[in-house]
Write a protein that binds this ligand. Structure first.
Ligand code: GLU
Ligand code: MG
Length: 462
């Protein structure tokens, strides 16, 4: 959406579109629409409007305080100069993404952009930032496609210590039997919502599941991540179950990742295949990937943004704890996926594995694309690929390959972000300030707390 759409003619056009959407929703017995945005701490915040108020909301937006930008994972509010209690913003629903929520009968949902009362883009709006970063890629002649993987753990909704709902083995068919109705209701709900699910499977950790979706334009991929998680939670609630997307759910244990897949097209051709570089990479795909790899410590402040993230980001936990890349290497933070022979042109992409779902997916899109763009600007190249678990390599071999452990705590990642001009420049001063303030406040809040305490405090937050 560009600013022109917020002039009088643009508002009238949005109102007219909303009127026809309201008619359709009334026929589908929709009574309320949830407008969501994701805050700096990765929490999806919402405002609901009744059907009768949707037309006005579409044209003029719904009020929201800018102080949401400074909210922490525990709903505390970090001190900043930009996200203060005065002033007001407007949440404008994306009318192209309005969808009936299949597991919340009577509700529809639309992701929202945040605008100022004066009709300009709010500098702290993560979704608009993601869209602007996609535009920068377009200026370079490139179109990105992206997809977020979702992992979660299903519990019996119980007081006290949460009890895993499925007891079968990792990747076991047993789990699909144990939660058979839940699984099929989830897939039906997502299909009804137009989500193109590619795979749903039991994961490693007790009662953990994973779902992957088809690639989409990057902002749509972030929207889908919000919709999929909302649906997973809503279907679970209808089955008397509760879900956790938190980075870490047990110590010790393998956590919930939020891996991001990205590919790039130039002139309708995937630049991650058919090139003369290693594994078919073109120079553009290599430079883009190298731009991301070089900036991973800083990107962690975006993609692994919680103190809890560092309980997950451990060597040999499939989380990608080392800054290296490799073809189909699940212990490399950056995994090159080439696809099967014959389908490389559609399947080849790069997967960033070190991220989790405490992250705001719009900020992840903005950060990763900005890092890739910086790599393209610099004509960056990749080091030697790594074909083994870096944790198992002798120290001298790791040193020879230049493979370093990623930050092991939030404060180190935040310092790297602050020192990375490609990211602070893309995010702008206001968003940079709030991001740093929210992360540092969280690090202070949890300083000295045990892993078990951090897990208990964050399990149900995202
Ligand atoms: N659960 C792992 C993580 O924390 C990922 C497992 C996988 O490779 O899918 O990222
Ligand atoms: Mg997985």
């Amino acid at each position: 959406m560009d600013t022109a759409q917020l002039d009088a003619a643009g508002r009238e056009e949005r109102a007219a579109r909303a009127r026809s959407l309201v008619e359709r929703m009334a026929a589908e017995r929709i009574a309320a629409i949830a407008l969501t945005f994701v805050d700096t701490a990765g929490i999806t915040r919402a405002k609901g409007v009744p059907l009768a108020a949707f037309e006005h909301a579409a044209a003029w937006g719904v009020g929201a305080t800018p102080v949401f930008d400074a909210f922490g994972v525990d709903d505390s509010i970090a001190a900043t100069t930009v996200a203060n209690p005065t002033g007001d913003l407007r949440l404008l629903p994306d009318l192209d993404r309005l969808v009936a929520l299949a597991a919340q009968p009577g509700w529809a949902w639309a992701p929202a952009d945040r605008w100022t009362q004066e009709g300009g883009p709010h500098p702290g709006c993560a979704r608009l930032l993601a869209a602007r970063t996609v535009d920068r890629l377009a200026d370079a002649g490139l179109t990105a496609r992206a997809a977020f993987e979702v992992e979660w753990v299903v519990y019996r909704a119980a007081d006290g210590e949460p009890e895993p709902a499925a007891t079968g083995p990792a990747y076991g068919m047993t789990r699909l039997v144990e939660l058979s109705d839940y699984g099929v209701d989830l897939l039906r709900a997502l299909a009804a919502e137009g989500v193109d699910v590619r795979q749903f499977h039991p994961e490693y950790t007790p009662s953990q599941f994973e779902l992957s979706v088809a690639p989409e334009p990057p902002v749509a991929a972030a929207d889908t991540a919000v919709l999929v998680r909302t649906t997973i939670r809503a279907v679970a609630a209808r089955h008397g179950l509760a879900v956790s997307f938190a980075p870490s759910v047990a110590d010790p244990g393998v956590g919930n990742g939020g891996h991001l897949h990205v590919s790039l097209d130039r002139d309708g051709r995937n630049v991650f295949s058919g090139g003369d570089g290693r594994f078919g990479l073109t120079p553009e795909a290599e430079a883009f990937t190298a731009g991301i790899l070089d900036r991973l410590p800083a990107l962690l402040a975006v993609g692994a943004p919680s103190v809890a993230s560092y309980l997950r980001l451990l060597p040999s936990h499939w989380a990608g704890a080392y800054a290296c890349w490799g073809r189909e290497n699940r212990e490399a933070a950056v995994r090159l996926v080439t696809g099967s022979h014959g389908e490389e042109t559609t399947a080849a992409n790069v997967e960033v594995k070190c991220f989790d779902q405490a992250a705001n997916p719009y900020l992840v899109i903005a950060g990763v694309l900005a890092a890739g763009l910086a790599g393209l600007d610099e004509g960056d190249t990749l080091p030697e690929p790594v074909h083994a678990d870096p944790a198992g390599l002798p120290d001298d071999e790791r040193a020879r390959l230049g493979v370093e452990r990623l930050p092991t705590d939030l404060a180190t990642a935040v310092a790297a972000f602050e020192a990375e001009p490609a990211l602070t420049g893309a995010f702008g001063p206001a968003l940079t300030e709030t991001l740093l303030a929210v992360r540092r406040a969280e690090a202070d809040t949890f300083a000295g707390r045990t892993a078990a305490e951090i897990i208990a405090a964050t399990r149900w937050r995202w």
